[in-house]
Design a protein around this ligand. Structure first.
Ligand SMILES: [Zn+2]
Length: 653
């Protein structure tokens, strides 16, 4: 109580916001809004923002994000500051304001942070207050459909969390306008390639109002949009592209957003071809551009399989968002494995531990972060710096959605009034289940750094509903106990469903064995994975501030220890050559010093493998030989290692 009274005295405006939020929350349990016919129902349904709350280390990670650039960028970065067109000013009026809103809204509401909620509300408030008579939204000087697509995405989340009654009428007017306007003023440039993201907002509204005209708009967006299915059938870009071959169709962010395009088309049309196209698209992108960190290369166009090629941060956060919707549509456990791999490796790997700096392009093998022309397809020499806006400011505006979208979708609604644990992290879900009761479940865990997740049922008094637990494909031998009793039939690579009468005090314990695994990559190289984490060589880091941009800064990072090692691994029994050492889980797990797990492996240096153009030189074809002494090497989680080798050559027996 004292805290509320303090706020009441000092910051009455913030208290008012907090009360508004709790009033919205008390209206009933957050309830998923299922797809309305004739849409395909999909397997799972995302829960409204606010149904899932991060706990434990994950909450701390989001707090770290809020204490870093995400919570302060609008205070000093001109595109978001007070002359932003999205706040009524004469400044930046394109995508940056909406991008920021799309990440800040979920971050603020997940943290229930009154000051941050007030900022997030401001980001969407001007748009809500200033709709044009025609129905158009946003700054008058913007005539591009694309940034509005992002603002709509932010508004849907804001409506779910706040219950603000202005959102739905605004969207109805905007979509009516768009349906009239698009035949004479079609999608252009970026909007052509990103149409599927707006379809999600159109379907969101259709599920709430049932207005069939919205389905016409969804189809029109698809018709005017790029045909991603044809682009991948056959796929003509299975290599690193020359600059002259690049186009918006080969752009890594467009491709990350398009990962969900066939799933979105399937929801609207129900055509089996769209489901096949979804699998083909992932298969082709993996075959041609998948890196050992779980990301597709693109710096910022298709860049092939070499682990010194980069991936733009926008593509990581957009792939996280795409996968959420692919999982909901298909219920595919393998897509959820991918989601965790992205969220727990390349997402944190491209930020400093305190989240005050980020890279534009990260590399799986990144032995130097510096201003240097690298072999990117099109990006500039500053792309792998850690900074405020290295190379270009899109990621500075768009990066905020990564962690919040992941945390908000750890749980989803499942068929039969059930719930699904789609991805794992410490969290609490509160949602309506079969019969309308409110279920509250908690997951307590240090996953992905530890192998055990303890679930408890806190409410309702008693209700029968199905609970689906994802068993990752790597978790051979996984076990689930319910009140101490083993649940039969747990199988890796599936969702394990338990339907029973649940009651407060029920305890479930899921153990996902994390034996080390060896996976094969470019030039026969190997990566060491364990659970959802990829492990990288820990390289000594010398951080050099090259520009002060207070309160932010730009940094180069120089290696202080050797990196050119080949590993000696028993590939058939990696557990025999990898020693696992658990360290305390502290406040900054995604930093070299705070790494909560270390692996010890053996290797020898390869003197001929040298730095070339600022990156590790061509990866030697494995197996390799070395006369250098055998050394004990330390690997840490990819996300903790800001300099790293992830794809290693390996030594001939
Ligand atoms: Zn970007």
């Amino acid at each position: 109580m004292w805290r509320v009274r303090l706020r009441n005295t000092l910051i009455p405006k913030l208290l008012a916001t907090a009360l508004l939020v709790s009033a919205a929350g008390s209206a009933g349990a957050p309830q998923a809004v299922p797809n309305r016919p004739p849409l395909q129902p999909g397997v799972f349904t995302p829960l409204p923002l606010g149904a899932v709350k991060p706990l434990g280390w994950l909450r701390q990670q989001l707090r770290q994000q809020a204490a870093g650039l995400s919570g302060h960028l609008d205070e000093f970065w001109p595109p978001l500051a007070k002359d932003s067109g999205w706040l009524g000013g004469a400044g930046e009026s394109w995508e940056r304001g909406p991008y920021y809103a799309d990440g800040l809204v979920p971050l603020a509401y997940l943290l229930d942070d009154a000051a941050l909620i007030s900022k997030a509300n401001k980001c969407v408030g001007w748009t809500l207050e200033n709709q044009h008579a025609s129905g158009w939204i946003g700054p008058a000087k913007n005539r591009d459909w694309w940034p509005n697509m992002v603002m709509l995405k932010a508004l849907t989340q804001y409506q779910e969390a706040s219950g603000d009654a202005r959102v739905i009428p605004l969207m109805e007017r905007y979509f009516r306008h768009q349906l009239e306007e698009m035949p004479r003023r079609p999608l252009e440039r970026w909007a052509i390639y990103r149409w599927q993201d707006e379809v999600l907002s159109v379907l969101w509204l259709y599920n709430r109002t049932g207005d069939r005209k919205l389905l016409d708009l969804a189809r029109l967006l698809e018709q005017q949009g790029f045909d991603w299915q044809a682009h991948f059938d056959p796929f003509r870009y299975c290599r690193k592209l020359a600059k002259s071959e690049t186009s918006l169709a080969t752009h890594v962010v467009n491709n990350a957003m398009a990962l969900k395009a066939p799933a979105v088309q399937w929801l609207v049309s129900g055509e089996a071809a769209a489901r096949e196209a979804l699998d083909r698209q992932f298969r082709e992108m993996d075959r041609c551009h998948l890196l050992p960190n779980g990301a597709h290369s693109g710096d910022e166009h298709y860049a092939g399989l070499d682990p010194t090629q980069g991936t733009e941060l926008c593509a990581i956060v957009e792939a996280v968002f795409s996968l959420v919707h692919v999982i909901a549509a298909t219920g595919g456990a393998a897509f959820a494995d991918r989601l965790e791999k992205l969220a727990y490796n390349p997402l944190p790997g491209t930020f400093t531990g305190d989240m005050w700096a980020h890279q534009y392009d990260q590399q799986a093998n990144q032995v130097l972060s510096s201003i240097h022309p690298r072999a990117w397809t099109t990006n500039g020499p500053e792309s792998n710096l850690f900074g405020l806006e290295p190379n270009f400011g899109c990621c500075t505006a768009n990066m905020h959605q990564g962690w919040p979208k992941f945390a908000a979708n750890l749980w989803m609604a499942a068929p039969g009034g059930g719930l699904a644990a789609v991805a794992y992290g410490p969290s609490q879900v509160s949602a309506a289940v079969r019969g309308g009761a409110t279920a509250i479940l908690r997951a307590e865990t240090a996953y992905p750094f530890r192998d055990r997740i303890r679930f408890s049922v806190r409410s309702p008094a008693k209700a029968t509903f199905p609970l689906h637990f994802r068993i990752p494909a790597w978790a051979e031998g996984a076990t689930l106990t319910i009140n101490g009793k083993k649940s039969p039939g747990v199988k890796a690579g599936t969702f394990h469903c338990v339907e029973r009468a649940w009651a407060p005090g029920d305890r479930m314990e899921l153990t996902l064995p994390m034996g080390p695994r060896v996976t094969r990559w470019h030039h026969g190289s190997i990566a060491i994975e364990r659970g959802p984490l990829v492990y990288s060589l820990k390289i000594g880091e010398d951080w050099r501030k090259i520009r002060d941009k207070a309160p932010a800064a730009d940094w180069e990072v120089y290696p202080t220890t050797p990196w050119n090692y080949a590993l000696r691994i028993n590939e058939a029994r990696p557990d025999r050559s990898v020693e696992v050492i658990e360290k305390p889980l502290g406040a900054m797990p995604f930093s070299a010093r705070g790494a909560p797990v270390e692996l010890r492996v053996k290797g020898r240096r390869l003197p001929e493998w040298k730095l070339e153009n600022g990156s590790a030189g061509p990866l030697p074809e494995s197996p390799v030989e070395s006369a250098q002494p055998l050394e004990t090497l330390t690997l840490i989680p990819y996300g903790s290692a800001k300099l790293r080798i992830t794809a290693f050559p390996w030594l001939k027996k």
